[in-house]
Design a protein around this ligand. Sequence first.
Ligand code: KDG
Length: 305
Amino acid sequence: DFDIVALGEPLVELNQTSQDQRQYLQGFGGDTSNAVIAAARQGARCAYLTRVGDDAFGAQFMALWRDEGVDTSGVEVDAAAHTGLYFVQHGPDGHAFSYLRRGSAASLMTPASLDGGLIERARFLHVSGISLAISTSACDTVFAAIARARAAGVQVSLDSNLRLRLWPLDRARAVLREALCHADLFLPSMDDMQHLTGNDDPERTLDWIRDAGATGVVVLKLGKDGSIIDDGKTRTPVAALRVDAVDATGAGDCFAGSLLARRCQGDDWADAVRYANVAAALSTLGYGAVDPLPRAEQVLAKLRG
Ligand code: KDG
């Protein structure tokens, strides 16, 4: 059985490590894949559901997940489609992504891709706004996964991960509103919510989320200002760890995966969020979404220090 089964699209990453040279470091990304690898590095038993191309990048991902101890029995290989790719560019305002992913294998997933029965064997299903955005069949697949999870008593975790390159704001708002009603844990970032609601006040944002129908726990991520846990009764702020970030790509995914892993290990929400804040901060100290993801020993050492 699994602690966490995640569903979404892995993307090969080409990360610009220096602004004046045309040098890109190849790594790995894809928000839910990042999250599940982060969770595995914290000791969680994980599986990933996706579809990759029958190409060198798909094979690299299969090897990566196996090396990280992430179960790949639910990964489909599509001979007629490619594994997606993205570029990370760094500038004065932080990082930006460009995608080469249209028609990718993962975007061709259908609800039948879930028939292996992995979701039913998990404690948490983890999905995201990106999993919902990449295509209508992927969107259907996410809602089918959520329905399967709920029918089996598996908790649903949803990260907002709004990417406006992938879908129009109105559709994003409508679909995320629908999805968040079915989430036991909703993980929005303040940046995403500002786009979705037009306001930049955390308290009013949490009110909006409750009015939209959220009944589970909501953890609103405020970047370097930490996060707020709203369990439906009380709202608890948790401070972040300040670090000199090199590349924040994947920090939110590290937060999600670490939080779920620690919940599965018995932490209460405040302890799990405190842990996840530290893990996410550590993940920004190197380039790439996956390579700098910390392991449990590093996070625990930082928490003790
Ligand atoms: O959260 C980081 C991800 O956004 C990155 O790894 C690429 O999955 C990705 C996406 O679709 O933006």
